[in-house]
Design a protein around this ligand. Structure first.
Ligand SMILES: [Zn+2]
Length: 272
């Protein structure tokens, strides 16, 4: 029997994703940096605050009408409708906050919006249980793992690091990884207004220049990772692993011995 390993699309074993919250006007500059370097990510936004006016924190939010053009090629995802600290709220209000955000963002973007980042990093076990009933497929925390491991629980998706936490060093370590027996994920989060506040846009420019355009990295949005891992988990293998059926519509990629095998959606493929 040959060892069969799941791979990321294209047979890759490394993935980079970015996640930025609140949808302030500084996202424009951040999206531009991502786009110039082929880096992709997810923007977690509050539809109820996306009026284009300055908020209480005096940071201007991007108006929701501008989302579709600005965030093209990236993912727009929930961050609740008005950004409350949800661990303190009644669950019915948490449900409203998420569904109202989903509905407004879906109307703006024209695709299903099924991710979340917890506002103020706030959640409880009960909220985690509630999310799947509201159509949410993943939710990001603010607890850094400082590791490149895949998450165990997508409803408590701990990122690798905030961009203030040794970003360039972590990026270099990630690029140097060579042991393809693991799937590695580098997940960076933050707020674009912090670059303005801290006067360190050069940090993100340097990071994206260092990480972009590499053949061995899959650049994905948060939801693309969740969706792809589900494609892998739905594969139906023969008991001896010699053959596999892919019931999804998207291709899955496997490494069989030293070979990368693409298993197209709807196809059954002999592996060895
Ligand atoms: Zn926030």
């Amino acid at each position: 029997m040959q060892t069969v390993y799941q791979c990321f699309p294209g047979g890759k074993f490394k993935c980079l994703t970015m996640s930025y919250d609140d949808g302030t006007e500084f996202d424009r500059r951040l999206v531009d940096i991502f786009n110039r370097n082929g880096i992709r990510g997810t923007f977690h936004v509050n539809a109820g605050l996306a009026s284009g006016e300055k908020s209480a924190s005096s940071r201007r939010r991007i108006p929701i009408e501008a989302f579709k053009t600005l965030y093209q090629g990236h993912e727009v995802s929930c961050h609740t409708y008005t950004h409350p600290t949800i661990a303190r709220c009644p669950l019915n209000q948490v449900a409203d906050e998420i569904l109202m955000d989903r509905k407004a963002l879906e109307a703006a973007m024209g695709y299903p919006v099924r991710g979340l980042s917890y506002p103020n990093g706030s959640y409880t076990d009960e909220i985690c249980q509630l999310l799947s009933h509201l159509g949410i497929r993943y939710a990001r925390t603010v607890t850094s793992t400082h590791s490149f491991a895949m998450p165990r629980d997508f409803m408590r998706w701990d990122p690798t690091c905030h961009h203030k936490q040794d970003l360039l060093e972590k990026g270099r370590a990630f690029c140097a990884l060579e042991k393809s027996q693991y799937l590695y994920l580098m997940y960076v989060w933050g707020h674009s207004y912090e670059f303005d506040q801290d006067n360190n846009w050069a940090l993100m420019e340097q990071f994206c220049a260092q990480m972009g355009g590499r053949e061995d990295i899959w650049y994905a949005t948060n939801m693309e990772i969740v969706e792809y891992m589900q494609v892998c988990s739905r594969l139906s293998f023969f008991a001896d692993s010699s053959c596999v059926y892919n019931p999804s519509c998207q291709s899955a990629y496997l490494r069989v011995g030293q070979r990368i095998v693409q298993v197209p959606g709807g196809a059954q493929v002999q592996l060895f």
